[in-house]
Design a protein around this ligand. Structure first.
Ligand code: 5RP
Length: 218
């Protein structure tokens, strides 16, 4: 199976977690896109969706799925999204697609985070994938110095502006033995909007697709 077929298998499995009649939280990226396409087939059985990016909102709308503003939603039973890396505690690195801030906000409102991944995303220790950090543009140099002092090598994502009008620093070479503590530490750097560690609020369920099938890990 190709990596895309595995992503699609994980995404299809996540459709079983969608609560009929509810509003669904929807992530961003190629795996989430497969989920959106599946959701399109069952659009008459949901009220609609909250999107974590402009790209996902456009794809949902193209399927005729009603979009809700998160501020108008009090209950989001399920949020479905991919990840760049996920460990055994279901802590993740996210933001490869640059949507980390909205993803973290929508996930914070959701009751259950269902992560959909192909097996290449599962790691023993987070950190091989460069950690995306969304920053306020005028703080770029100051945040880069702070990240370097923490042992990382920040690289500006060239030509990329987030949906929120900010920049992304991709931080290489970090040792992420304690992702919960590090997520909090990064949040203290002035000028950081969001970091791509999803450890304090990790996934609740992982649907991990390998050639042998999709494994559920809670
Ligand atoms: C986007 C994300 C994505 O979930 C992550 O990058 C995985 O992407 P893909 O499903 O394309 O491999 O966090 O900001």
């Amino acid at each position: 199976m190709t990596q895309d077929e595995l992503k699609q298998a994980a995404a299809e499995a996540a459709l079983d977690f969608v609560i009929h009649g509810s509003i669904v939280g929807v992530g961003t990226g190629s795996t989430a896109n497969f989920f959106i396409d599946g959701l399109g087939r069952m659009k008459d059985r949901i009220r609609g969706a909250v999107a974590s990016s402009e790209a996902s909102a456009q794809r949902l709308a193209a399927h005729g799925i009603t979009l809700f503003d998160l501020n108008d939603v009090t209950e989001l039973p399920v949020y479905v999204d991919g990840a760049d890396e996920i460990d055994a505690s279901l802590a993740m690195i996210k933001g490869g697609g640059g949507a980390l801030t909205r993803e973290k906000i929508v996930a914070a409102v959701a009751t259950r985070f269902v992560c959909i991944c192909d097996a290449t995303k599962q790691v023993a220790t987070l950190g091989r994938f460069p950690l995306p950090v969304e920053i306020i543009p005028m703080a770029r140099a100051q945040v880069a110095r702070a990240l370097t002092a923490l042992g990382g090598r920040p690289v500006l994502r060239e030509g990329f502006i987030t949906d929120n009008g900010n920049l992304i620093l991709d931080v290489h070479g970090l040792q992420l033995a304690d992702p919960i503590a590090f997520e909090s530490e990064l949040n203290q750097i002035v000028g950081v909007v969001t970091n791509g560690l999803f450890a304090r609020r990790g996934a609740d369920t992982l649907l991990l697709a390998a050639p042998g099938g999709v494994r559920r890990i809670d």
